[in-house]
Design a protein around this ligand. Structure first.
Ligand SMILES: [Zn+2]
Length: 178
C-alpha cells in the first residue's frame, strides 16, 4: 500500500494538468527505508523537448493486425532528462533519501492509468511506488499505484492522509488500557 499526504497528491495532479497533453513525470523523495514520500521533485520530461528526435516504436493495430511503425514523443511516454536525474540522484544520496514515489501521467484518450511496456522496462527501483495519473478527462483524474518487480506489475491501494503523524500506524502505538 502507498500512504501519501494529500498535499503531495495535489502537487502531482497540478503538475500533470500543467503538462497535459505531454506526460508529466517526477519523484517524491523520502528518508531511506522509511517508505514515506515527503519531498516533491517535479522533473522535466526530456521526450517533450522540441528537439527530441522521437523514440522509434512498432505496435500492432488492434483492428487490422498490421504493424505500425511510429515515433513516440512526450505525449505518449516520458524519459527523465539524464543531467537532471543525475543531479537529483546525487542530492537524494547526500540527504540519505530515496525515490519513494516515481510518478508520471498518461494523457491520451485511449490510454489507461496502467504501466505501458516501456514503463515496465524502465522501472528499476524495487522499493519505489510507481504512480500513474490519468488526465484524459479534463475534470476527473485517475490516480493508481503499482509495484513493478522484474517485469511483474502489481497494483496496490493508495491511502491518502492529511498528515503522517496522525496516520494509523498499527496496534503497537495504541496505549494499553485498564
Ligand atoms: Zn507510462
Amino acid at each position: 500500500m502507498l500512504r501519501i499526504r494529500a498535499d503531495l497528491v495535489d502537487e502531482i495532479v497540478a503538475h500533470a494538468r500543467r503538462e497535459h497533453p505531454n506526460e508529466a513525470c517526477g519523484i517524491i523523495a523520502g528518508p531511506e527505508g522509511s517508505d514515506r514520500p515527503e519531498r516533491f521533485l517535479p522533473m522535466r520530461n526530456a521526450a517533450a523537448d522540441p528537439d527530441y528526435p522521437g523514440l522509434p516504436n512498432t505496435r500492432i493495430d488492434p483492428e487490422t493486425g498490421e504493424k505500425i511503425e511510429e515515433l513516440r514523443f512526450g505525449d505518449t511516454f516520458f524519459i527523465f532528462d539524464s543531467k537532471e536525474w543525475l543531479a537529483v540522484h546525487r542530492e537524494m544520496t547526500a540527504r540519505e533519501e530515496e525515490p519513494v514515489v516515481i510518478y508520471h501521467s498518461h494523457t491520451q484518450p485511449y490510454s489507461e492509468a496502467y504501466p505501458s511496456a516501456i514503463d515496465v522496462e524502465s522501472a528499476l527501483e524495487p522499493n519505489a511506488h510507481y504512480v500513474i495519473i490519468g488526465t484524459k478527462d479534463p475534470v476527473r483524474h485517475e490516480l493508481r499505484s503499482y509495484r513493478i518487480l522484474d517485469g511483474v506489475v502489481t497494483e496496490e491501494e493508495i491511502d491518502v492522509v492529511e498528515s503522517y503523524m496522525f496516520a494509523h500506524t498499527g496496534a503497537d502505538d495504541v496505549p494499553d488500557r485498564d
